[in-house]
Design a protein around this ligand. Structure first.
Ligand code: PLP
Length: 390
């Protein structure tokens, strides 16, 4: 079956007793057993069945199963936010004295998780230019525990060569972990490019229009200890498993993901091309534009679509604020891949508490606006942007 059919017609892991056609929502905490020995088997992992909803819930399991079938991952675990998924995969691979090889170009909270939260527990990190494989090779040492990256950074939209990075990771015997939030896993085969684990914020494309928070770890099984840690330790002890209502919404989101994504990506490409013609926009960054420095590599790695995130640069921070204040249709809001088009000034918001020197090092300019293109008619979005710039 093709992916779009799998997304819709995958049956529940266990048949619903009433034959519910859409995925049933179980919001209960506890599950009852017919006898004590089955109960013992489940609690000790000899038989797989839900016992307590902190670690397993049928609605969440159904989402994980569909994602597993769609992605070909060996193991999928759903968490209650993208950050919960990211922190848990890093808890699974790192320890005191180990080193995370990563980039300066990271989602703000991932950057502060690595350089702040984990640093307090003795985890080291080296922030390097992941597009420069010599630099990565030099940074990877015996203490390294993983190479961690975002497949298209935000808001720089930088793309690193995954195969080259995976060779460095292989040589060191460490996993390559990729945050794939910005292009749905239904569009890519990152496993074939050497990615060992994908992690993503399902809040974005999957949730079906900003309905719920969630995060997924897609583990391709190359490092068996990762899944043992997540399922046997972290789900129990950290307690960040996805809540069932979010899993319900995101399963419905998954059913329409393909059409929504394709339309959003087509809108974004058209809008990026048109934005270049607008006086007052100094720069348009979108990897689907043929003269973007990452155009070829992005196509090779992620296929013909380029996501729905566009960065534009205006003359100054003041111009950015005036632009945001003039918008009538496009929403001043954070989040990505909502059904609605959203605009934000990352330097003063997501990165607003970072010191200025760090913003410069991280290439977060105060002239940049990040747009997340939605499902509206693209000409209406463009007209709003044109008027707001004017
Ligand atoms: C939004 C986002 C996250 C964090 O996800 P939440 O669901 O908000 O916790 C992580 N990485 C990227 C690239 C994101 O866009």
């Amino acid at each position: 079956m093709k992916k779009q059919t799998i997304a819709i017609d995958t049956k529940s892991v266990r048949p619903d007793v009433y034959g519910s056609l859409s995925v049933p929502l179980y919001t209960n905490v506890s599950f009852e057993f017919d006898d004590a020995s089955l109960m013992a088997d489940v609690f000790t992992g000899r038989v797989k069945a839900p016992d307590y909803a902190r670690v397993e819930n049928p609605t969440v399991t159904n989402l994980e199963y569909r994602v597993q079938r769609l992605s070909g991952a060996a193991h999928v675990t759903a968490f209650n936010s993208g950050m919960a998924a990211i922190s848990n995969i890093l808890f699974a691979v790192t320890a005191k004295g180990r080193r995370i090889i990563t980039s300066r170009h990271l989602f703000g909270n991932t950057l502060s998780l690595i350089t702040g939260t984990l640093k307090r527990f003795g985890v080291e990190s080296t922030l390097c230019d992941l597009t420069n494989t010599d630099e990565v090779e030099a940074a990877a040492d015996d203490d390294s525990c993983c190479i961690y990256l975002e497949i298209m950074t935000n808001p720089q939209l930088e793309v690193a060569d995954l195969k080259a990075l995976s060779q460095i990771a292989r040589k060191r015997g460490i996993p390559l972990i990729a945050d794939s939030t910005v292009i749905p896993f239904t569009e890519t085969s990152l496993k074939d490019l050497g990615v060992d684990v994908e992690v993503l914020s399902s809040t974005k494309y999957l949730s079906g229009g900003g309905t719920s928070l969630g995060g997924l770890v897609l583990d391709y099984g190359t490092f068996p200890q990762i899944n043992e840690r997540i399922k046997g330790d972290l789900l129990f002890n950290v307690g960040a498993y996805m809540n069932p209502y979010s899993a319900y919404q995101q399963t419905l989101g998954l059913e329409t993901l393909d059409v929504r994504y394709k339309r959003q990506a087509a809108n974004a490409l058209y809008i990026a091309q048109e934005l270049r013609k607008i006086k007052g926009i100094e720069r348009v960054t979108y990897t689907g534009l043929e003269d973007n420095p990452f155009y070829e590599l992005a196509r090779k790695q992620f296929g013909p679509t380029s996501g729905a995130m566009i960065a534009i640069d205006l003359k100054s921070k003041d111009a950015c604020f005036r632009f945001l204040n003039n918008l009538k249709l496009v929403h001043r809001a954070t989040n990505l891949f909502d059904n609605r088009t959203l605009a934000i000034h990352p330097a003063s918001t997501i990165f607003g508490l970072f010191p200025e020197q760090q913003l410069r090092e991280n290439d977060v300019r105060d002239t940049t606006i990040r747009l997340s293109i939605g499902l509206e008619d693209p000409d209406d979005i463009l007209e709003d942007i044109r008027l707001a710039i004017g």
